[in-house]
Design a protein around this ligand. Structure first.
Ligand SMILES: Nc1nc2c(ncn2[C@@H]2O[C@H](COP(=O)(O)OP(=O)(O)OP(=O)(O)O)[C@@H](O)[C@H]2O)c(=O)[nH]1
Ligand SMILES: [Mg+2]
Ligand SMILES: [Zn+2]
Length: 357
């Protein structure tokens, strides 16, 4: 397998050389379940474990290898399994906050060129959710592409396209049917040798159906959607990088209800650059665009050139990011304190032990 076709490039080569790893081979994570990994290397697919060294030297969960990562591997001899010993620093990573209370990062995939945000021309469609995805993707210098799927079951799907054009004017959007293959060629043109594309979106929108259509056979399991609300049944349960025979890679993902922001300040600015540009014309530099005099944002809304909902969506993302940053700082501090007190306790018991000796 030619590593360049798997996405290996000069940037990664440079990062790899800086690690100064000798006698090792490198490969790309295509799947993992716990500590068991499937890796694609120049000699084909292998299985590998995380080495104890890796586990012991990794404090933050998000530094464990994720799908899309490039890693360094070693094998004592042919009778032993391959061990992952190091992570080659990521070019980028698509992350979200883990679901639930914890303020922890979950890496969805790494070393990505394009993200297909898949939605469908039915109840799933939600423009605020699409903005949220774009904010996270714009943060990491990957290209977001919205794929409006299932146009075969919607006579009036163009209304959705207009909605996207109005709210996300700079984002490429493709309207397709993964079932009837309408406009599939428009999707295929983005799948190029060495390109890594991640598919994200709610359960049931047709991510796996689209992958099967591109491959030309049913590799991924596809599930029915619930009749009462049109939602999917979370058929895909793990992430996987699939190498496309004609070149390019697709990463299938389990459906997610909502992508909770992790680190998206720059991404929010890029996604709403028109509002930020207007904000600079407001009379007060800390204008909240509510009732202040001389507010350029409010004026544009009154002129009918900007929707109140979009501004509300933008403000909501900013608030969420702000809140998360505060939580992250508290969480990091608590973790540090716990670690210090553990070191202190260990020190104390060693001293006690020596004292008794
Ligand atoms: N009519 C129509 N149905 C589609 C289309 N694409 C997918 N479906 C159907 O939608 C349902 C869900 O498709 P999946 O591909 O499993 O959806 P998914 O996004 O992978 O869902 P999860 O794996 O649960 O996240 C299946 O019944 C598909 O046949 C389409 O373009 N048109
Ligand atoms: Mg699926
Ligand atoms: Zn203002």
């Amino acid at each position: 397998m030619d590593l360049n076709k798997l996405g290996w490039n000069e940037t990664l080569e440079k990062k790899f050389k800086e690690l100064d790893c000798k006698d090792i081979i490198k490969g790309r994570v295509i799947f993992h379940s716990g500590k068991q990994y499937k890796i694609m290397t120049s000699n084909g697919e292998i299985t590998a474990n995380l080495s104890n060294y890796y586990i012991n030297s990794t404090e933050i969960k998000s530094n464990l290898p994720a799908v899309g990562d490039w890693v360094c591997l070693k094998q004592v001899d042919e009778f032993h399994p391959y061990q992952i010993i190091k992570l080659i620093p990521r070019i980028n990573k698509l992350s979200r906050k883990v679901s639930g209370e914890k303020s922890e990062e979950q890496v969805i995939a790494s070393n990505i060129d394009i993200v297909f945000i898949v939605t469908s021309a039915d109840q799933d469609f939600n423009i605020r959710r699409l903005e949220r995805y774009c904010a996270s993707i714009n943060e990491i210098s990957a290209q977001p592409i919205i794929i409006l799927n299932k146009i075969d079951i919607c006579n009036d799907y163009k209304q959705y396209l207009l909605d996207i054009e109005e709210n996300l004017p700079n984002i490429t959007t493709l309207s397709i049917s993964a079932k009837t293959s309408e406009n599939i060629d428009e999707v295929i043109q983005y799948i190029k040798p060495g390109n890594t594309i991640v598919l994200v979106g709610s359960s049931g929108v047709g991510k796996s159906t689209l992958i099967n259509n591109i491959l030309g056979y049913n590799r991924q399991t596809v599930g029915e959607i619930r009749e009462k609300d049109g939602k999917g049944k979370h058929v895909t349960t793990s992430r996987e990088l699939i190498v496309i025979p004609n070149g390019g890679m697709l990463i299938d993902n389990p459906g997610i209800r909502e992508l909770q922001l992790w680190s998206s300040e720059i991404g929010i600015s890029k996604t709403f650059e028109d509002i930020e540009e207007l904000s600079r014309q407001c009379r007060f530099s800390d204008c909240t665009h509510n009732a202040e005099p001389g507010c350029a944002v409010k004026k544009t809304i009154e002129m009918g050139q900007l929707s109140q909902e979009r501004v509300d969506g933008y403000k909501k993302l900013l608030r969420e990011q702000d809140y998360l940053n505060t939580r992250k700082n508290t969480y990091e501090k608590r973790k540090k304190d716990r670690k210090l007190s553990k070191i202190y306790r260990q020190g104390k018991s060693i001293r006690k032990y020596k004292g008794n000796d």
